[in-house]
Design a protein around this ligand. Structure first.
Ligand SMILES: [Zn+2]
Length: 246
């Protein structure tokens, strides 16, 4: 990509972090219109992904599912405050401060993410998912960091992504956190150019229960834009640009 590296040993904008492992990281064109906080949030999201709170550490982001009224308020006002974060239906543990993948959990409606019928797309869900940061003090607040949805961020980044900087799916080991891919997911997705929806569910013989475990993905031109794992408890993990399939 950039040929001007090494000209200067003063970092300029090149020292925000490690370029390796983050495919879009060096892509200045994609983020130059955004302010620093938004740019950093996108960089972290691509680099670390998101894990359900139970397992989520400070470095990785968390996942928050909102009901429709709260989701609408967040998008309209740019933030969400009050005591809604204490309700059981949002989270089973206290929220951790930091970056969160925040979604309207029922955005799919007709084509539920976790159902007996595999969803034919996950795009409506991604159009209603956003990067937000949560803080406790001086009062609990969830703030929208990037105006565009995850869907828009991914499509924008896809145009300029350097696929050579991404790992190849066949090189990723199964059942290894944080990605924790199943063998059947990997086998089904390898070599696929374009797909969007549920790729695999729990592969115990005779189970097939969508509430047991589901793995979903969106792939374009052999680039996986999203890997998502889910169960009856909700979204378990989200990884953006995790690997290539071709
Ligand atoms: Zn099962």
């Amino acid at each position: 990509m950039a040929d001007d590296e090494g000209r200067s040993n003063k970092g300029q904008d090149g020292d925000l972090g490690k370029p390796d492992g983050c495919p879009s990281y060096r892509n200045r064109a994609m983020t130059k219109r955004r302010h620093g906080e938004a740019q950093e949030a996108i960089r972290r999201a691509f680099h670390f992904g998101f894990i359900r709170l139970r397992r989520h550490d400070v470095e990785r982001g968390g996942i928050i599912g909102l009901e429709k009224p709260e989701y609408d308020a967040l998008i309209q006002k740019g933030d969400l405050t009050g005591d809604i974060f204490k309700k059981d239906r949002y989270n089973d543990e206290p929220l951790i401060e930091g970056l969160h993948f925040t979604c309207w959990a029922d955005a799919q409606e007709e084509d539920d993410l976790i159902d007996w019928e595999p969803p034919t797309t996950i795009k409506p869900f991604l159009r209603h998912a956003h990067l937000c940061s949560y803080r406790e003090s001086p009062f609990p607040e969830l703030k929208l960091i990037v105006k565009e949805s995850i869907y828009d961020i991914l499509l924008e980044a896809l145009e300029n992504i350097d696929r050579r900087a991404m790992p190849f799916l066949s090189d990723i080991e199964t059942q290894k956190p944080p990605l924790d891919l199943s063998r059947s997911f990997k086998d089904r997705l390898l070599g696929i150019n374009s797909v969007c929806g549920r790729i695999a569910t729990c592969d115990w013989p005779g189970c097939g229960d969508p509430f047991c475990s589901s793995e979903l993905a969106w792939v374009e031109n052999g680039i996986c834009l999203v890997y998502l794992s889910a169960s009856g408890a909700g979204i378990g993990s989200v990884f953006l640009f995790p690997f290539t399939t071709l």
